[in-house]
Design a protein around this ligand. Structure first.
Ligand code: ZN
Length: 448
């Protein structure tokens, strides 16, 4: 018999109630809560419940309600801070307008220290991204992640919503057993050739030398480019022999673009990718679409690419990841809704590794104009190869320790979606960085 949790609330506006229900549903369907173990009873009129939680109304157990945070439509992230609260096993973080100096306990004497629901709503709904203005956008026109509350607070490398869910369940007597984190592997196949011509190789050399501030790549690129043109070795982007993982115990996705004509797209004739598609399927990968840079706000482009992808693969499209993680709130979210997509894999950082949505698990993003969740799910992206490079600010000696720390910190109670391009390993290798070794150690074969 599931535990029945009665939630007593003050009179809530329709908007507040819709948002509260969204968070309650997220908690109940959270992979770390066994969904059958508890059900919510909102303002029950009889005593048929096991635990009572008083949200903003007097009673035991009590949680303060922060209606402003839950329903605000104007407050900018710069007004907000993340404040630490202590639990028996560590810390959780509240989103607040201001901090207090006293020692903060998450749950003490039947009282929660802050509004857990409003904090969860803030992160999961991506309110700060919906409400961002031109001043908080990066050159690509989307939200500048450096201005996000989690990055400003320096707590983006831990899944703070998942941690908060666990602390909340424990406070209510629903003990959560520690579970190893789920790993999802994916690849974006942005292009199939590192250099298409001798001039391309020179351009690449200039670019890579400037990016890393050294000339280390010069002899190797010249030697490799020569050997590629003579047909002696495969192109540096042709890493599929070892990139496509044999592991059968994890979910694997591969995303192909089918078009794109901005300077940020490097599209190839689709037929050239057919052998990779075939090989990925043989290895048990799910195939998805990588919509082009311009598709993010253009439903027509998105649909056209979808049709082309479906013709090429012969399947119905269910999963996608935006190229450049170019995702607009709410335009891209609305396109995914009308396209009836199942899962989008775009919501990760471009320059950091960690949890942009505060959770590693797939969940329904919030549709603010309809005040209800979207039907499709966002599968947050935790680590992308090129973002790892930027996270360590191109400091070679930090690569292995950053990698190890991140996986060690997050070895349990979350989900880690990882993105490795077929093309970036070469750049790491040119600098003598062992990304390929780290990758193969993790993905070459299923652990037994
Ligand atoms: Zn891409």
């Amino acid at each position: 018999m599931p535990r029945r949790i009665a939630l007593f609330t003050e009179n809530l506006s329709v908007k507040a109630l819709a948002r509260l229900q969204y968070v309650l549903d997220w908690l109940q369907s959270h992979p770390l809560s066994d969904a059958s173990r508890f059900v919510w009873r909102l303002n029950p009129t009889n005593g048929a419940f096991d635990v009572a939680l008083h949200y903003g109304v007097h009673g035991a157990v009590f949680m303060p309600s922060d209606a402003d945070l839950m329903t605000a439509s104007t407050s900018t992230p710069n007004d907000l801070i993340c404040q630490a609260f202590e639990t028996d096993s560590g810390k959780v973080y509240a989103v607040k307008n201001h901090g207090t100096r006293q020692r903060n306990h998450f749950f003490e004497n039947g009282t929660f220290g802050f509004d857990v629901f409003a904090t969860l709503f803030f992160h999961l709904s991506r309110r700060e991204e919906y409400q961002s203005d031109a001043g908080s956008q990066n050159p690509h026109g989307d939200f500048d992640e450096e201005q996000s509350l989690l990055i400003r607070s320096g707590i983006y490398q831990q899944p703070i919503c998942d941690q908060l869910a666990v602390a909340f369940f424990s406070a209510l007597g629903l003990n959560v057993r520690e579970r190893p984190s789920t790993i999802l592997l994916s690849h974006d196949i942005d292009h199939l050739q590192q250099w298409k011509s001798p001039l391309g190789a020179l351009r690449y050399l200039l670019w890579v030398s400037r990016r890393h501030g050294n000339l280390r790549a010069v002899p190797r690129v010249l030697r490799d480019a020569w050997a590629v043109w003579r047909g002696q070795i495969p192109d540096a982007a042709d890493t599929f022999d070892w990139l496509l993982s044999d592991r059968s115990d994890i979910e694997k996705n591969i995303f192909f673009p089918v078009g794109g004509d901005t300077v940020f797209d490097r599209f190839y004739p689709l037929g050239q990718a057919t052998p990779v598609l075939k090989k990925a399927r043989e290895k048990g990968y799910r195939v998805g679409l990588h919509p082009s840079y311009a598709a993010w706000k253009e439903p027509d482009i998105w649909s056209r690419e979808r049709r082309k992808w479906e013709n090429w693969t012969g399947e119905g499209l269910r999963h996608s990841r935006q190229h450049f993680l170019h995702f607009a709130f709410p335009e891209t979210a609305d396109i995914l809704e009308s396209e009836q997509l199942e899962v989008d894999h775009s919501l990760g950082y471009r320059n950091h590794i960690g949890f942009r949505c505060g959770t590693g698990f797939a969940y329904h993003l919030y549709n603010f104009s309809a005040e209800k969740p979207y039907r499709w799910k966002a599968q947050p992206l935790a680590l992308m190869d090129v973002a790892l490079l930027r996270e360590i600010d191109f400091k070679q000696h930090q690569l292995v320790s950053e990698w190890q720390n991140f996986f060690e910190k997050n070895r349990s109670n979350t989900c880690l979606s990882l993105n490795f391009h077929n093309t970036f390993f070469y750049e790491f290798e040119l600098q003598g960085w062992p990304l390929k070794d780290l990758y193969l150690e993790m993905f070459a074969r299923s652990p037994h």
